[in-house]
Ligand binder design. Structure first.
Ligand code: SF4
Length: 361
């Protein structure tokens, strides 16, 4: 899209935001439920530009950030097992655990390999048959299909030294946990485009139909996000609530059936701990019994210390949209991307990192 057209859209959005805010007699509050949206909104400057009329809150949409402290400590305990090499996405290793981090353990000699896909982790396992390779399965519906396929491939190829520590999370149960909070004060949701590619639009219908809150699925270009906000504003002012698919170029009603089948073949839902939320019913993915040989949690025993979140860190409140990153007393004073205290400042999709990097308040 050319700059002139983008500017015209932005002007129209600012005007619409002002009109809706005037009609309501207050600012509108929207929540983006995706870390990639959080970063895109901060980077584009939309959060600041629309702030006279609108609060754009961040939600539980960064998989590294929502991983509970107990699970971080469990990963670190795995890294200390003799003969085990941890394969992980890069962000994860910098997240502080209760006493140490994967990064610190790597400096002390633990086997920790950064990888960019589960397939790469599987290749590492195939090339190092003298070691047990444990992939850290961190992510939402978007990541789980590729992990499931890597397990199927490991089985088909007879690779026996590959396993996955599954801490995958599911977004719809987290939305239900958010919506069940009587203090939630959100007029509309910007829903994650890439998760919806897998789940399909229908999965998120309950937000509008059961809770009466409008929601729009959208992509990650600034223009996608502007269009989503406009669609939300129109619903809010018309007192309507629908879950609209604003990302039809990639998201269908039913989602990606093959990807969903791959997840269902390997995993099943189970209650899971989320940072800030505690236990959310049926919100995690664990291995089915038939694939227990690839389940690191079943194959290895580790002692996990009593987990304590980083002292003074408010990531849990940030993830629930209760506060903005700048309201954490540690933000930018002692907690920065180069010296993070909590995961929301570590991850490239974390709200604290986005606000810090792009100067949002
Ligand atoms: S600024 Fe740092 S300490 Fe505060 S909530 Fe964010 S990550 Fe946690």
């Amino acid at each position: 899209m050319n700059i002139e057209l983008s500017k015209k859209l932005l002007d129209q959005l600012i005007k619409l935001s002002g009109t809706v805010s005037d009609k309501l007699g207050r600012r509108v509050t929207l929540m983006e439920v995706c870390g990639t949206h959080t970063t895109a909104i901060s980077k584009s400057g939309l959060r600041g530009l629309l702030s006279p009329y609108m609060e754009l809150l961040s939600g539980p949409g960064c998989p590294v950030c929502v991983t509970d402290q107990t699970d971080i400590d469990r990963m670190i305990a795995f890294a200390r097992l003799p003969g085990v090499v941890i394969a992980s996405f890069g962000d994860m290793i910098r997240v502080p655990g209760t006493y140490t981090s994967l990064e610190v353990e790597r400096a002390r000699g633990a086997g920790i390999e950064i990888c960019y896909s589960p397939h790469e982790a599987l290749s590492y396992a195939a090339q190092h048959i003298d070691k047990e390779s444990v992939f850290l399965g961190v992510g939402f519906e978007t990541t789980a299909p590729a992990v499931a396929l890597s397990v199927m491939e490991a089985k088909a190829l007879g690779i026996k030294n590959y396993s996955v520590l599954s801490v995958h999370k599911l977004v719809p149960p987290a939305m239900k946990a958010l919506l069940a909070d009587p203090e939630l004060n959100v007029d509309g949701f910007i829903l994650p485009g890439h998760v919806s590619v897998i789940t399909g639009r229908k999965t998120f219908d309950f937000i509008a139909s059961e809770y009466g809150i409008p929601a729009v699925i959208t992509g990650f270009e600034t223009v996608d996000i502007m269009e989503a906000i406009a669609l939300l504003l129109k619903q809010i002012v018309d007192k309507k609530a629908q879950t609209i698919n604003g990302y039809t170029r990639l998201v269908s009603e039913e989602g990606n059936i093959r990807a969903k089948k791959a997840i269902e073949e390997i995993f099943e839902p189970q209650d899971a701990l989320w940072r800030g939320f505690g236990l959310i019913p049926e919100s995690g993915l664990v291995f089915k019994k038939a694939y227990a040989d690839f389940d690191a949690a079943a194959r290895f025993y580790v002692e996990v210390p009593n987990a304590l979140p980083p002292e003074g860190c408010s990531c849990g409140e940030v993830l629930k949209g209760k506060i903005k990153p700048g309201q954490c007393p540690l933000f930018s004073i002692v907690c920065t991307p180069s010296d993070p205290i909590g995961p929301c400042m570590v991850s490239s999709e974390g709200a604290c990192a986005a606000y810090f990097n792009y100067g949002d308040e």
